[in-house]
Design a protein around this ligand. Structure first.
Ligand SMILES: Cc1cc2nc3c(=O)[nH]c(=O)nc-3n(C[C@H](O)[C@H](O)[C@H](O)COP(=O)(O)OP(=O)(O)OC[C@H]3O[C@@H](n4cnc5c(N)ncnc54)[C@H](O)[C@@H]3O)c2cc1C
Length: 436
């Protein structure tokens, strides 16, 4: 059974409805500090306040710490490249979280998570104590040799100024020029996102004339999401422009000569010893991802790339971090790194924190059997047509992990204008559910 498009549009309210309104018993006052106001952090802050307000037996204080005045959504940000959206269309401030739900918002950056007690260090305000800490800081990038100046070579994989910069570089690309982009080793944020970007850039350049090229250097052994759709789009729509090269890992960039240096890999990701150097007039190198340094330095990643968590609560699996939760792209459950997924995880985490604050059970059959998350990505293939991808995950008591629900992996059979319109309804629902 594959999921129908309408089902995707209904998924966000469906997750909210799953919200297992906890039977709260306690009067305890509980301070939750949320670090990062993106899809994961804004959702958890909003839902803890919203759900707890419905029950006078608990008193939840929620403080959201975020350095930016507004979050810029990566979702839909590839449409900034072709001028269909502006960054301001994708910017969400925290006025509703503060005014409507009573979240306290501190514009600040968390520098340290104490290993000695329940407190964090803010850049401008010193130490802040918590009862529960939710870390929702998204991703950081590995360094690449020579890739030192993001003003020259933007990744635009965290939306904002770099997205505008990349748009301008594409606008100014010389006639019959070459755009080179790279895709990092999985797991990375938004599995279909880079292929979507390749299509949109090819669409922009194709409209301009002939002779342009988009070279896609993929460190993986093939297209990672919507394989059928993108394979067809690359050959049927953009066969003259897109040159897709799997198993090429970028290891260096010369920002003066505009050459990208790659190592050629075997199908299982080992280096063959082969190398290549590829010239581009515009370079869009997306480095390999990992959890941000805040998590690595605190020990939350336990020496790995992502933070291990218990997916029934999103609490850290490490005993030394009681009361610390990690949601969104930084965590290591293996579910897709997407904003839709971050929003779903945040609700499970909010529910767990509320139950714990109230002294309620977290492992009732009813709760564990209904523990699901889902992810959806819409991919514009050109300026008026899109495809989509969706997947549902369910908690598996035997493995202790979230497993893909058999038959739930859905993919649009065609890109079309109806999907393109639905993409806006879906994203507006998600934005509203997160930030408004
Ligand atoms: C081009 C593109 C297209 C995408 N399309 C889709 C899509 O169609 N569907 C989908 O579901 N997902 C999509 N995604 C993926 C989605 O954007 C991410 O998975 C999502 O943003 C992850 O949410 P997050 O809350 O974990 O991280 P983020 O949204 O990155 O939020 C992290 C927040 O933490 C803050 N922060 C960082 N460090 C600190 C600190 N030390 N102190 C305080 N705050 C801090 C940051 O400022 C930021 O606001 C796309 C991504 C890209 C790049």
């Amino acid at each position: 059974m594959s999921l129908k498009r309408r089902t995707i549009l209904q998924m966000i309210p469906a997750v909210a409805a799953m919200s297992i309104a906890p039977a709260l018993r306690s009067q305890a006052s509980h301070h939750v500090v949320v670090v990062g106001g993106g899809f994961a952090g804004a959702t958890v802050a909003k839902y803890i306040k919203m759900w707890s307000a419905a029950d006078p037996r608990v008193n939840m204080r929620v403080t959201l710490v975020e350095p930016r005045v507004a979050h810029v959504s990566c979702i839909m940000s590839n449409l900034v490249l072709n001028g269909q959206l502006k960054i301001r269309d994708l910017s969400f401030d925290y006025a509703a979280l503060q005014g409507k739900y009573g979240v306290e918002v501190l514009q600040d950056r968390v520098q340290r998570i104490s290993k000695d007690g329940p407190e964090i260090k803010l850049k401008n305000r010193g130490w802040l104590a918590y009862d529960s800490l939710v870390v929702a800081t998204g991703i950081a990038f590995d360094p690449i040799e020579g890739l030192d100046d993001p003003r020259k070579t933007p990744h635009a994989w965290i939306a904002g100024g770099q997205t505008n910069l990349l748009r301008n570089q594409i606008r100014d690309i010389p006639e019959r020029g070459t755009f080179v982009m790279s895709i990092p080793d999985k797991p990375y944020r938004c599995p279909p996102g880079p292929y979507e970007r390749a299509c949109l850039v090819a669409d922009i350049l194709q409209r301009r004339g002939s002779g342009y090229r988009v070279i896609v250097l993929d460190a993986n052994n093939g297209i990672q999401a919507e394989k059928e759709t993108f394979t067809r789009a690359f050959s049927e729509l953009y066969g003259d422009i897109i040159d897709y090269r799997p198993l090429q890992r970028v290891v260096g960039v010369d920002q003066n000569s505009n050459y990208v240096h790659t190592k050629i890999l075997t199908a299982d990701g080992q280096e063959t010893g082969g190398e290549d150097a590829v010239y581009g007039d515009v370079l869009n190198i997306i480095p390999r991802h990992g959890a941000p340094r805040l998590l690595v330095n605190s020990g939350l990643t336990d020496g790995g790339r992502w933070a291990p968590v218990d997916p029934t609560t999103y609490g850290s699996s490490l005993d030394r971090f009681p009361g610390v939760y990690v949601i969104g792209d930084s965590q290591a459950t293996g579910q897709p790194k997407s904003g839709h997924m971050a929003n779903a995880q945040a609700k499970i985490c909010a529910d767990a924190i509320l139950r714990r604050a109230a002294g309620d059970s977290l492992d009732s059959d009813e709760r564990l059997d209904n523990l699901t998350t889902n992810s959806a990505c819409f991919s514009p293939i050109n300026a008026s047509e899109a495809s989509w991808l969706t997947a549902v995950f369910r908690y598996n008591r035997d493995t202790g992990n979230m497993g893909l629900v058999p038959g739930s992996l859905g993919e649009a059979h065609n890109w079309n204008s109806e999907n393109y319109r639905d993409m806006f309804s879906w994203s507006e629902n998600l934005f509203a559910d997160t930030f408004k």
